[in-house]
Design a binder for this molecule. Structure first.
Ligand SMILES: O=C(O)CCC(=O)C(=O)O
Ligand SMILES: [Fe+2]
Length: 202
């Protein structure tokens, strides 16, 4: 294992307006990224997610988990989760994200996509518990997937491939103007874990 991966320079803002998104292609060496993937698969308390769709409560195949500095509550789609205490691997990944982005985070939402059939629909990460205009650092492990931003007024779209071991940083007014989604993909033929490090206030 490499204790210190190099800290890559953020590339340019991939959004043309109304927000800031940087993509760090190689935050984590691919071998270490697969090692983290296997550890998290085994150690994280994965649960099926519940969503409200057209007033009906549905259970997703995608699994989620919520960790943090304190047992923070996080409510979305009318369900509340209490943050679990950090495990070592999450602390290591949080440190890498903090070092690379120059920001701090106090919580992490994890998503496990078993295959390309699973994705996430359009949304902004703008829940009231989150720090306003706070940075969100998204680490991807495993099968690479396409991620899409859509501007809420113009409909303008920006795509970014999220590779194994990469970090996507969303900050500034991004969540006020843009939604994002992880579209299901027939091409993606493996599992993926995504970690979004966030700042909860309160
Ligand atoms: O899986 C991803 O890359 C995105 C996850 C996401 O948008 C979220 O958890 O809010
Ligand atoms: Fe999101």
């Amino acid at each position: 294992m490499q204790l210190f991966d190099f800290t890559p320079e953020p590339e340019e803002n991939i959004l043309p307006e109304d927000g800031i998104v940087h993509y760090y292609r190689a935050l984590i060496h691919p071998d270490d990224a697969y090692r983290y993937f296997r550890k998290l698969l085994e150690k994280i308390a994965w649960r099926n997610d519940e969503l409200l769709m057209f007033g009906k409560r549905i259970t997703t195949k995608r699994k989620v988990a919520w960790y943090g500095d304190k047992p923070f509550d996080y409510t979305y789609s009318k369900t509340t989760k209490k943050a679990l205490p950090w495990i070592n691997e999450l602390i290591e990944l949080k440190k890498k994200a903090e070092l690379a982005t120059g920001e701090t985070y106090n919580s992490c939402l994890l998503n496990l996509y078993h295959s390309g059939e699973e994705g996430m629909s359009w949304h902004s990460d703008n829940e009231p518990e989150l720090k306003r205009e706070g940075a969100i650092a998204s680490i991807s492990l495993g099968t690479e997937r396409k991620f899409v931003f859509r501007h809420q007024h113009s409909g303008n779209k920006v795509e970014q491939l999220l590779e194994n071991g990469s970090l996507l940083l969303m900050k500034g007014s991004t969540q006020d103007y843009w939604q994002h989604a992880l579209p299901p993909s027939k091409k993606a033929d493996g599992a993926r874990i995504n970690l979004t490090f966030r700042t909860i206030v309160g």
